[in-house]
Write a protein that binds this ligand. Structure first.
Ligand code: KG4
Ligand code: ZN
Length: 330
């Protein structure tokens, strides 16, 4: 079965073709980062308009890459949500229109399920069950994953998501959008111990997170040092921020592994691309003897491959999951 995946929840248009026999056949992505950069964040109206412009040319690209015809597609999976309403509607409308034109079933996929299953696209994927840390721009969750469709929430952020904290703190330091990669790069030049920031909820007796106080602490540092802030000072603050957030994320992952008794940890979502987080988790995995799995870097942030894959997994588990009547909810 060949599934076409369409991702359009935010500022990337991603298309991919996944074959349940042969694996990922093709994937293509258009990032809108350059367009939104000048506004310091995603402008929803512009995002929707750009998705419409990109989606059909990207469809042609993946069909060509895979060397198949439109009629070879067996089902269409699209990101149903969560995300920007207008952007989601573009993906949903295109998916349903293609389904109607090709007479193929259409399936809405939860964006987070796409992220959650994306490490299974790797050449040595983890086996079930595992603990997953889902760290994106909109979500921070720890889940127990027993199989496709079998997810239990262990803990989540009570306020900002980790990616949001990265982006907002980067903005406070005058770095561009998206801030995550930028603050991470700047942190490499920071002196350890020049500043210390709080580790919110590090010692809470649950698996929840809180990051809004961390962002406020960065604001206070920036304000207090505004008069004499130099390039080195900004790098020092970036380092303190990255150290604080990485320590909290790592500690909560360890606590989740302990609570569940599992030995496999999967990291998914955009913040999963973070070098310092990967270093800390790899070090902890060697020390505490568990295995940690990451999606390929290109599948950490939003992409069509994870939606095609999650759609294919859903359809295999539940062949009647896809609809032909197109009564969809976004
Ligand atoms: O998963 P994703 O592409 O979109 C959402 O579903 O939200 O995640 C985007 C988030 C942004 O907040 C971005 O700053 C962050 O992931 N991010 C990073 C890195 N790459 C992307 N954060 C820290 N370090 C990175 N290298
Ligand atoms: Zn995402």
């Amino acid at each position: 079965m060949i599934v076409l995946g369409i991702e359009s929840s935010c500022d990337e248009t991603g298309l991919a073709l996944y074959d349940t026999e042969r694996g990922l056949l093709a994937h293509a992505l258009h990032s809108q980062v350059a367009m939104h950069e000048q506004y310091g964040g995603v402008v929803p109206e512009l995002a929707s308009r750009d998705h419409i412009r990109r989606v059909l040319p990207l469809l042609e690209t993946v069909l060509e890459q895979a060397g198949i015809a439109r009629s070879d597609v067996d089902a269409i999976a699209y990101t149903q949500g969560p995300g920007l309403a207008g952007a989601l509607l573009v993906g949903a409308s295109i998916a349903c229109s293609l389904g109607l034109a090709l007479d193929k079933p259409v399936l809405g996929v939860h964006h987070l399920e796409g992220h959650l299953l994306s490490p299974l696209l790797a050449s040595s994927p983890p086996e079930f069950p595992f603990v997953a840390l889902l760290v994106s721009g909109g979500h921070t969750q720890l889940m127990r994953v027993d199989g496709v469709g079998s997810y239990a929430l262990l803990g989540e952020t009570v306020d900002d998501a980790a990616g949001e904290a990265f982006d907002k703190s980067a903005k406070l330091l005058g770095l561009g959008y998206p801030g995550g990669p930028a603050i991470s790069r700047l942190a490499e030049f920071g002196n350890p111990g020049a500043f210390t920031l709080p580790r919110p909820m590090l010692h809470s007796k649950n698996l929840n997170f809180s990051f809004s106080g961390l962002k406020t602490a960065v604001l206070t540092l920036v304000k207090n040092n505004a008069a004499n802030i130099c390039e080195q000072g900004r790098a020092d603050i970036a380092r303190a921020f990255v150290e604080a957030i990485v320590e909290v994320l790592t500690a909560k992952c360890l606590a989740a592994l302990k609570e569940t008794g599992l030995k496999r940890l999967v990291i998914a979502g955009g913040v999963g691309a973070n070098r310092q987080l990967r270093d800390a988790l790899n070090e902890a995995a060697a020390r505490k003897r568990f295995r940690v799995f990451y999606p390929e870097l290109e599948f950490c942030t939003d992409n069509g491959a994870m939606i095609a894959f999650a759609g294919a997994m859903r359809l295999q588990a539940q062949p009647d999951a896809a609809k032909r009547e197109y009564g969809f909810n976004v």
